[in-house]
Design a protein around this ligand. Structure first.
Ligand code: PMV
Length: 369
């Protein structure tokens, strides 16, 4: 499919007002997206676990503008919307939503004809250092798709999910991997049939049962704002001395993942996942300007995990986002021993012992309003 396939033809019906609501999860990349081209096109393919309980709940109430205001809105620089975050009007989130609306209006031409009230909240604590852009942008994209489906009633679920992912990508790249689950792949890759730079797809090959309910305990090492945003980080991959090698490595890791995922080969899974996490941070440390997002406690946790794994032979490993927090990954059937280890040895390195217990999930859910 190309961008053109997401341009709608004439809408067959219209609605004066309505309400749509979606809850969409966050995701954690196993093979990382780091570096992008124009229009949120990834420099390399990635794959992630969709999470279950770390999610954003978004309700969009829409009201048709009368002829005159709609005309005004067509001409205006901005779109008509109010944004409430956890019950409060949040004007500082407006620019991000405005940029998103501008990027997607070509694909959702009804946007200018309505006023929107967007009410959103996260299941995870605000400023926990958990990125909310993946869950937030995917929830909003899904709400807009539910609206579009009202105008194109014969739209099937397959197209609905693809276009939701396509739109979410324009809000925040990794958001396109939050629509479905438990494993979503995004970015062209030679062996993955149906893979695309434009949207995420449910991983199309065999996935061993062990990955159907994988645990992710998120250790909140640093709850502060990141010093370097991911937008800046992606940008620093332009002209990065190791960029091409890194992009090639992601392709190779994704090829190697096929048998790992099919056979449930946890030893190889751990090697690839940890290598990806450290490579992501190595790219940050070797860009110009260079920066470090890990904290001393991030390294303490990594070393503890390695020592515990060596001693216990547990299949536990870590991955990192673009921040200091650590995602501890392990199979469900090792939950008791690993969680005991986390409590006794790792929580001391978290801010006030804070952590979130999550696991792989099946994607976003609609609430019928
Ligand atoms: O979606 P963005 O632009 O916030 O970038 C996310 C980048 C990483 O989280 C570091 C990796 C990934 O693939 O999710």
């Amino acid at each position: 499919m190309t961008e053109k396939d997401f341009l709608p033809s004439e809408y067959s019906s219209s609605k004066n007002k309505g309400v749509v609501r979606w809850k969409s999860p966050s995701n954690i990349a196993l093979i990382k997206y780091w570096g992008k081209k124009q229009h949120q096109i990834p420099a390399n393919p990635s794959i992630s676990f969709t999470l279950d309980s770390s999610a954003t709940d978004t309700t969009v109430s829409y009201r048709k503008l009368d002829g005159e205001s709609a005309g005004f809105s067509q001409a205006a620089e901005t779109h008509g919307f109010d944004l409430f975050f956890e019950g409060e009007l949040k004007n500082d989130f407006r620019p991000k939503i405005e940029t998103f609306f501008k990027r997607v209006e070509k694909y959702l031409p009804f946007l200018r004809g309505y006023h929107f009230k967007i009410e959103t909240s996260n299941s995870f604590p605000h400023s926990s250092g958990i990125a909310s852009s993946a869950s937030g942008m995917s929830a909003l994209a899904l709400c807009l798709m539910s609206m579009e489906r009202e105008f194109v009633p014969k739209m099937d679920d397959h197209f609905f999910n693809k276009k939701a992912s396509f739109l979410a990508r324009l809000g925040s790249g990794s958001a396109c991997r939050s629509i479905e689950g438990p494993l979503v792949q995004w970015g062209n890759h030679s062996y993955i049939e149906g893979s695309s730079d434009l949207y995420g797809i449910p991983y199309p090959y065999r996935i061993h049962d062990v990955f159907q309910n994988f645990q992710d305990t998120i250790l909140l090492v640093d709850e502060g704002q990141k010093q370097v945003s991911s937008t800046v980080g992606h940008d620093l991959m332009h002209g990065h001395p190791f960029a091409e090698l890194r992009f090639g490595q992601a392709h190779t890791h994704l090829s190697d993942f096929r048998s790992v995922l099919a056979d449930g080969n946890l030893e190889e899974f751990i090697k690839i996942v940890e290598s990806e996490a450290l490579t992501l941070h190595a790219m940050m440390m070797t860009s110009h300007p260079y920066f470090i997002l890990m904290k001393p406690n991030t390294l303490e946790i990594i070393n503890k995990i390695w020592a515990f794994r060596e001693a216990s032979k547990a299949n536990v490993c870590f991955t990192l986002d673009a921040g200091a927090n650590v995602h501890v990954l392990y199979p469900e059937n090792e939950k008791n021993t690993v969680y005991e280890f986390i409590k006794s040895e790792l929580l001391q390195f978290c801010e006030n012992g804070k952590h979130l217990c999550d696991r792989t999930g099946l994607g976003a859910k609609e609430f019928k309003t």
